[in-house]
Design a binder for this molecule. Sequence first.
Ligand SMILES: [Zn+2]
Length: 309
Amino acid sequence: MEPFMMKWLNNGEVVLPDLHMPGSKRIVLITHDESTFYAYDRRKKRWIHVSEKPEPVRKGEGASIMVSDFCSPDLGWLKSKDGTREARILFKAGKNRDGYFDCDDLCKQIETAIELFEEHFPNKSAIAAFGFDNAPSHQKHAADALSARHIPKGTRHWWGKDGKAKMRNTRLPNGQVQELYYPDDHPNHPGQFKGMAKLLEERGLFEEANLRAQCPNFKCEDITAACCCRRVLFNQPDFQNQKPAIFELIERHGHIAFFYPKFHCELNFIEQCWGHAKMHYRMLPLTKNEAEMEKNVIASLDKVDIEKI
Ligand SMILES: [Zn+2]
């Protein structure tokens, strides 16, 4: 199955993902996005009193606060029913600050978002359709995800590309489970990774199993050809259809995830929410410290109420 995506046609039309599902449960759009607020981002022109002296404008953008949040036309910014808990995360990116917001941070935030959503729609009375920008950081796979990129051709001890997580078992198109590792009590290869050649053989691809491990640097001339073991396995449907970690997490909870089309983030209506919040933010006076700045960011975001959303 294709990941759940909006399609962008050549004539400029957009085809929304088909949100009609069997059983006709209500589907609620929840869109995610990240945006950064800068300390010195201020409106440059304003009316001043005759007694006011011009102040020199600070250079650069100053400290920044990144906001990662979920927003819905039905629920506004995603919060608990009593409004005391929220999905929003403020993140001070950079060295000696909060570090960097990565896929694990986003996964944790998604867990909270699902919990809050299910408070509004108990007993799975609605399904959330989570929309994300199609950014590389959002496409990251789980540690044990199927990948043909780094696996050896031969049978040997191999514990994932960073040596930490065994790759998960897979299911062939006919529904049969294929184990990627030999069992721990195997006489010759206890607990070892089967290797690309063996995995291809088990799929009935005997000729392909005899190909070289990979073309130089895995830069195959024709990416559809059966030129090397890695390319053949890479093009197998189960390896092709490996979904990003955030999609797997959401689908595990019975909800839907999709990407907005690449380079068309304007289709994500949350962009207008950020725009409105920033318009308000830029009118506020310059702040002296991060705590003050944080207060301004939150106040500006909350200016975008559900009516506007
Ligand atoms: Zn190749």
